[in-house]
Design a protein around this ligand. Structure first.
Ligand code: NI
Length: 396
């Protein structure tokens, strides 16, 4: 049997109802990072029902399915993340979260459902596959240290030639797919700073070292990392996202706690960031007689898309969807642990448009009203199936 790429739409139509149902089921039953017990069980059992797949549990709450073709060839890994977020859902559709305080607010329910759809379709085409498709249903994308690295450590990438992953993307309208080689998503590193001054009466500031006033100077001066120290052509974000100090209107607090994130793509700039940051913190606190504690944690690596794999994917998707669908992806300073797989094999991560302002689907990711336009689901399934068949089962 040889598959003509243009037949893919018909195939995808055959699993579309399932994909929508799976997505809604997952949406109703969100589980947080590292706690995906029922989710992974659901995925495992659903995959089991397809046949032809070799299933395993690389970690406690992840699932891997291997579809080994009848002929030798390349090994392609496809990744979907499965975790939800600690957000109280404010949507009002029929399949809202049944778990208070937890919600699929990033579209990972859709990622999982789409990849199940891809697995269902491809599992029936074992004879056409030259090589292997490895389906990675990953836990814990949202919470550092992330599930991807754990799965890599468990060996899921052993022997893999290339890896593909996608995100349903609210900022991109449904009907569009955006790809890009090179930097796509930034390294999300984090920091904590304690400003240690000396507390006292608010009416006698001269007897105190005001941790709020010093902390405010630190916040302001940290922006010089971006505006005066980093190469303007290398993207960098420094955001102080937490500033906690004080208990009363007549007390100058002795300490202030700050935290935030630094986002970069460039490896050298990333390495230099904590050094720059500490120099500023040290200088500002010393100038004002305060001291400090500083800690810095590297998060996920940046997502850097391999050029050859990206071009191959883009050519394939262009032939399936046409120019009106394909766009050049705009890089984002958001992070993604998909980068862990890219350390093990060349790969590309791309965006599937899922926003639709005409239908009121316009909330950003991680928002209590976030959702995806379900019309994006068949597009995602089609894209993955097309990519796999393009690489592992060229029409002959
Ligand atoms: Ni996400």
């Amino acid at each position: 049997m040889s598959i003509v790429l243009t037949d893919i739409s018909t195939l995808v139509d055959g699993v579309l109802d399932d994909v929508v149902q799976w997505r809604r089921h997952l949406h109703e039953h969100p589980e947080l990072s590292f706690e995906e017990v029922a989710t992974s069980q659901f995925v495992y059992e659903t995959l089991q029902s397809f046949g032809n797949l070799e299933l395993s549990r690389p970690t406690e709450t992840s699932v891997m399915a291997r579809l080994i073709g009848n002929r030798p060839g390349k090994v392609i890994a496809l990744r979907a993340d499965m975790d939800a977020l600690p957000i109280e859902e404010e949507n009002e559709f029929s399949f809202v979260s049944k778990t208070p305080g937890k919600m699929h607010a990033c579209g990972h329910d859709g990622h999982t459902a789409m990849l199940l759809g891809v697995a269902k379709l491809l599992s029936r085409m074992k004879e056409s596959i030259a090589g292997e498709v490895r389906f990675l249903f990953q836990h814990a994308e949202e919470l550092f240290p992330g599930g991807a690295q754990q799965m890599v450590n468990a060996g899921v990438m052993d022997g893999v030639d290339l890896v593909l992953g996608a995100h349903l993307w609210a900022e991109l309208n449904v009907g569009k797919i955006a790809v890009r080689s090179g930097p796509l998503m930034a390294a999300p590193d984090t920091f904590h700073i304690s400003i240690i001054g000396k507390g006292g009466h608010a009416a006698s500031p001269q007897q105190t070292v005001d941790s709020i006033a010093v902390g405010a100077q630190v916040v302001t001066n940290l922006q010089h990392m971006v505006s005066r120290n980093a190469d303007p052509l290398l993207p960098m974000v420094v955001s102080v996202t937490k500033f906690i100090a004080g208990t009363a209107d007549n007390v100058i607090p002795g300490t202030a706690e700050l935290a935030g994130t630094v986002r970069t793509f460039d490896a050298a700039l990333r390495e230099h960031a904590p050094i720059l940051m500490e120099r500023i913190i040290k200088g500002v606190t010393e100038a004002h007689r305060a001291t400090y504690k500083f800690s810095y944690q590297n998060g996920y690596r940046p997502v850097l898309n391999d050029e050859a794999v990206t071009v191959e994917l883009e050519d394939c998707l262009l032939s399936i969807f046409g120019e009106e669908v394909m766009e050049k992806a705009i890089p984002t300073m958001g992070g993604e642990d998909f980068s862990a797989y890219q350390q093990a094999a060349p790969g590309t991560f791309f965006f599937i448009g899922a926003g639709n302002p005409d239908k009121g689907i316009d909330a950003p990711h991680h928002h209590p009203r976030f959702t995806v336009d379900e019309d994006a689901l068949p597009i995602g399934v089609k894209a993955f199936v097309a990519a796999v068949l393009h690489i592992l089962a060229p029409a002959n």
